[in-house]
Design a protein around this ligand. Structure first.
Ligand code: CDP
Ligand code: CDP
Length: 225
């Protein structure tokens, strides 16, 4: 297991984490692990079962009987909850709105972190989320903290919505992003914070390709040292 390599990518909503993590993993031949999709999956299941989102213990019990699978094929990442393809469903606004609450409970996070570490046990990974560099993979060889202005992040989300034929107001997108960031930064357990040894990359005016090459550069540097 000595030569396994870990890249941790953290940062606020819509900073570009999953986009660049996916491309970097492919180029490096590493496995991409989207921890946000895991918290979204539990939120989806909790909503489907009308679980009490204010009860962390009940959510943890629900998680214990929930199988979450991240599968990668030619078309990209697919997410399955108990065998059902929820790739699109977990991005719907009802899930996005509640995911920070569901992921705020210690019991839920402890189980999720155990599953995430297990996924990284046997292969080199690029893992993205909020607490990867600070908590899930504290010994990751490369830690990146991606940021971008709220305005730019709202524009990025708007472009995604536009492709789906929706036209939300920029103000509502900005407010939703800012609120989720606030909840993620202010929660007691593993809040969103830059790890001391993480490299901050401001992607506000960077292309996806530029961000990926910067990450690959840091990985190569470490691999050679
Ligand atoms: O991609 P986006 O920024 O919309 O978020 P995501 O990565 O899918 O994560 C959704 C939510 O899950 C975040 O807003 C956090 O509340 C939670 N999350 C977390 O608490 N810890 C992680 N390692 C990953 C996500
Ligand atoms: O995972 P996270 O929420 O941090 O962000 P994402 O879902 O990877 O990226 C949000 C959107 O920003 C995607 O549509 C990306 O194509 C776009 N993006 C961009 O325009 N420029 C970048 N440097 C990175 C991402």
């Amino acid at each position: 297991m000595e030569n396994l390599f870990q890249v941790a990518i953290d940062g606020p909503a819509a900073a570009g984490k999953s986009t660049v993590a996916k491309i970097a993993a492919k180029k490096l031949g590493f496995v991409y692990i989207d921890t946000g999709a895991m918290y979204r999956s539990l939120t989806f299941k909790a909503l489907s079962e009308n679980a009490n989102l204010n009860d962390g213990h009940q959510l943890k019990q629900l998680l214990d009987r929930t199988e979450i699978q991240l599968v990668h094929d030619e078309s990209g990442q697919k997410v399955y909850v108990d065998g059902e393809d929820v790739t699109e469903r977990i991005r719907y606004p009802d899930v996005t709105k509640q995911v920070s609450l569901v992921s705020s409970y210690e019991e839920v996070r402890t189980e999720m972190v155990a599953r995430q570490r297990k996924l990284a046990e046997s292969c080199s990974v690029v893992m993205d989320g909020r607490d990867i560099g600070t908590h899930v993979l504290p010994n990751a060889q490369v830690k990146i903290f991606l940021i971008a202005s709220v305005d730019e992040r709202a524009v990025r989300r708007y472009r995604e919505e536009e492709l789906k034929g929706r036209h939300p107001s920029m103000e509502s997108l900005k407010a939703a992003i800012a609120l989720r960031d606030k909840k993620d930064m202010e929660r007691e357990i593993s809040p969103l914070v830059k790890a001391e040894d993480a490299i901050a990359v401001d992607t506000t005016s960077m292309s996806i390709e530029d961000v990926v090459s910067q990450i690959l550069h840091y990985v190569k540097e470490k691999q050679l040292s």
